[in-house]
Design a protein around this ligand. Structure first.
Ligand SMILES: NC(=O)c1ccc[n+]([C@@H]2O[C@H](COP(=O)([O-])OP(=O)(O)OC[C@H]3O[C@@H](n4cnc5c(N)ncnc54)[C@H](OP(=O)(O)O)[C@@H]3O)[C@@H](O)[C@H]2O)c1
Length: 250
C-alpha cells in the first residue's frame, strides 16, 4: 500500500454494499452514509430489507443465483451511472446448514458445496456482473471480505476446512481477475480484506478465547477497513490486506 497517498472519492461518488444486513456490511453502510462525498449508498440484502432504511436504497438479491445478481445490476443501472466503491460483505462460517468442520469425519459434499457457493462463487459472480458498472475515469474499488484463516501460509491450527478453503479460493479468483482488469480498466482496484475478529453473528459462537482488545465492534472494524481502502492505489490491486494495512501472505 502506498504510504501517504489517499484515494479521495470524489464528491458525488456511489457505493454499493452487498451483505448490508450483516454486522460489518451494515456498519459500512452507516459509515458511508455519513460521508458527504457519497451521494448514493445502495444496500443489497437477501430479502431486500434492512432495518431503519428506505426501500428505495435497498435492493434484493440472491447472490448464489447469477440471474438474480444480473437483475440487481440492471435495477441499479436505472438509478446510477457508475459505481466507485463496491463492498462485498457477505459470507458464512455457520448457518442452519453448516458449522465449521473440526476434523476429517465432519466433511460432507453438501456442506462443502454450500460454503463455496456463498463464500467463493457468489462474490466472484457479483464482481463479474458489476465490473462493467465500475468507474473507469477515476480510481474505483471492489473490496471483498476474505479472512486471514484463508491464508495457506498462515494455516498452523487446521480445522474449519471448508471456510478456510473457500476464502483461499476467493483470494485466487480475485487475484486472477485483478490481472485481467489491469488491462481492461487500469483504474479498478480489486481488494481482499481481513477485518480482524469482529463482534458479529458470524463470530459469536467462537469468541470465547478471543481477548477483549482483539474483538472489534463492527464500527471499529469498518473504520480500519475504510482506512485501508482509501490508501489503496491501482498497483495494490489483487492483494490481500489485514485491517491494519499489513499484507497477508497467500
Ligand atoms: N466477524 C469476523 O470476525 C470475521 C473475521 C474474518 C472475516 N470475516 C468475513 O467478513 C464477512 C462479513 O461477516 P460478518 O462478520 O459481518 O458476518 P454476519 O454479520 O453474519 O454477516 C454476513 C452477511 O452475509 C450474508 N449472507 C450469509 N449467507 C448468505 C447467503 N446464502 N446469501 C446471501 N447473503 C448471505 C448475511 O445475510 P443475512 O443477514 O440475510 O443472513 C449477512 O448480510 C464474511 O465474509 C466473513 O467471512 C468476518
Amino acid at each position: 500500500m502506498s504510504e501517504g497517498t489517499i484515494l479521495v472519492f470524489n464528491k458525488g461518488a456511489n457505493a454499493v454494499v452487498f451483505g448490508a444486513s450483516g454486522g460489518i456490511g451494515h456498519a459500512m453502510v452507516t459509515k458511508l452514509r455519513r460521508d458527504e462525498r457519497f451521494d448514493n449508498v445502495y444496500c443489497v440484502t437477501r430479502n431486500g430489507e434492512i432495518q431503519d432504511d428506505s426501500t428505495e436504497r435497498t435492493l434484493q438479491c440472491d447472490i448464489t443465483n447469477a440471474e438474480s445478481v444480473q437483475k440487481c445490476a440492471d435495477a441499479l443501472r436505472n438509478k446510477i451511472e457508475q459505481i466507485d466503491l463496491l463492498f462485498i460483505a457477505t459470507g458464512i462460517l455457520h448457518d442452519d446448514i453448516v458449522s465449521p468442520e473440526k476434523r476429517l469425519e465432519d466433511l460432507s459434499p453438501e456442506a462443502m458445496q454450500h460454503v463455496f457457493s456463498v463464500n467463493t462463487f457468489a462474490p466472484v459472480i457479483v464482481a463479474k456482473t458489476f465490473i462493467p458498472m465500475m468507474n473507469t475515469k477515476h480510481k474505483s474499488i471492489i473490496a471483498a471480505l476474505s479472512a486471514r484463516v484463508g491464508s495457506i501460509a498462515d494455516n498452523r491450527l487446521g480445522g474449519w476446512h471448508s471456510y478456510r478453503a473457500s476464502k483461499a479460493a476467493l483470494n485466487m479468483y480475485f487475484k486472477t481477475l485483478s490481472i485481467e482488469m489491469k488491462r481492461k480498466n487500469p483504474n479498478l482496484i480489486l481488494s481482499l480484506l481481513h477485518p480482524g475478529t469482529t463482534d458479529t453473528k458470524l463470530s459469536k459462537p467462537f469468541q470465547k478465547n478471543v481477548p477483549e482488545h482483539k474483538l472489534f465492534p463492527p464500527e471499529q472494524a469498518v473504520d480500519h477497513l475504510y482506512d485501508v481502502i482509501t490508501g489503496l492505489e491501482p498497483d495494490d490491486s489483487g492483494k490481500f490486506y489485514a485491517w491494519d494495512g499489513q499484507l497477508i501472505e497467500w
